[in-house]
Ligand binder design. Structure first.
Ligand SMILES: *Cc1c(COP(=O)(O)O)cnc(C)c1O
Length: 347
């Protein structure tokens, strides 16, 4: 039922979608399936801008095969510290790469990668391509029938708005149904024989084969509810409003905040950005702390990014304007100077 509601967000079949665990546990499940290193093809391709947990998970998979991440992890470098050049990504897809694990939208700069051209380059070179979609699902519509990735993983507590603790999702392309994978659990077993309680694993015929244990209903139900709103609004309309909002926000940052040392660190072109704006400032950490005092909750991301994510479903243009006005006041009056520079954890 939840898969049916997720399917339109990525234009995939419900049978290709499951919900369980967290992004990190689903990355392990996905990479474990596709990463079968040989002597010549044994590397996993990642980028230097991806989220730490993705990299930890990939490194764990490498060490689980008895290989050394120093050698088996191949890292694509960013030219500007903010974005990736798709040409660099494709150029890094050499014959020694077995799997590529990449972000659809970069969590800091909000750059949206050309997933179709990267996925098809991987396919032509015999590389399995998986996507980390935490920052695009629920904000950017994806056409998986055009992209045809091998697998993908996302959370539902960011742009799907299902709340903290809601389950993550996973996509397994239908061409991989029946593929053997290493981590098996009784919910991946066919329904008809699951309760026969045999010790012989009888795989389900679709993505359900990748499920592990009992459905975590308390974490799944909010996903079901959140997706109902997308069903009513339509992901394409959400994207249209989101692009207008981030475009308005970038315009205001340029016009009102440039003189106070703020810069936009997000690609300007609609087809190259996701649903948030990276506003850079040398005092980003302390300005984020002051914003909280004003009941505005941004994300601070090291070293200098204030991440602002106007939500198309419920934020207003007036709120965006107010946020910029308050940032202007904070910078102009240097209100942040009375705040500490020492880092607190996210609570
Ligand atoms: C948010 C995020 C995660 C978080 O992973 P969890 O296991 O759900 O905590 C992982 N990767 C990326 C790219 C993210 O943006």
């Amino acid at each position: 039922m939840i898969a049916q509601r997720t399917a339109p967000l990525i234009n995939a079949m419900p049978e290709e979608i499951i919900h369980m665990g967290t992004i990190t546990s689903n990355i392990l499940q996905g990479i474990n399936t596709f990463y079968q290193p040989t002597k010549d093809r044994y590397r996993i391709l990642v980028d230097e801008l991806n989220f730490p947990s993705d990299i930890y998970a990939v490194k764990s998979m490498i060490t689980s095969r008895g290989l050394n991440p120093e050698d088996a992890l191949k890292v694509i470098r960013s030219r500007d510290g903010r974005t990736l050049d798709e040409k660099d990504v494709v150029a890094a897809m050499t014959d020694d790469v077995a799997v590529a694990w990449l972000p659809s939208v970069l969590y800091r700069s909000a750059q949206l990668l050309d997933m179709a051209s990267v996925s098809s380059a991987g396919r032509r070179r015999g590389i399995f391509v998986g996507w980390s979609m935490a920052h695009s699902i629920g904000s950017v519509p994806h056409d998986f029938r055009h992209i045809e990735p091998d697998f993908a993983v996302w959370c539902t507590y960011k742009y799907v708005n299902a709340g903290p603790g809601a389950n993550a999702g996973m996509f397994i392309n239908r061409r991989h149904f029946g593929r053997k994978h290493g981590f098996q659990g009784w919910f991946g077993n066919r329904d008809a024989t699951q309760f026969a309680m045999r010790h012989h694993y009888d795989p389900d015929v679709d993505a359900n084969n990748w499920l592990l244990g009992t459905h975590t209903i308390f974490s799944l139900y909010p996903v079901y509810g959140a997706l109902k709103i997308f069903e009513e609004a339509g992901i394409h309309r959400v994207r249209e409003v989101s692009l207008q909002m981030t475009s308005y926000l970038m315009y205001l940052i340029d016009a009102r905040l440039g003189q106070y040392g703020f810069r936009v660190g997000t690609p300007r072109e609609d087809h190259r950005r996701g649903g948030h704006v990276a506003c850079e400032h040398d005092e980003a950490y302390r300005i984020s702390a002051v914003l909280r005092e004003y009941k505005i909750i941004p994300d601070f991301r090291e070293p200098n990014v204030i991440r602002l994510a106007p939500v198309a479903l419920y934020n207003t243009y007036e709120e965006i304007y107010k946020v910029v006005r308050i940032m202007e006041k904070i910078a102009k009056e240097k209100i942040y100077e009375s705040f500490s520079r020492s880092r607190a954890t996210v609570v």
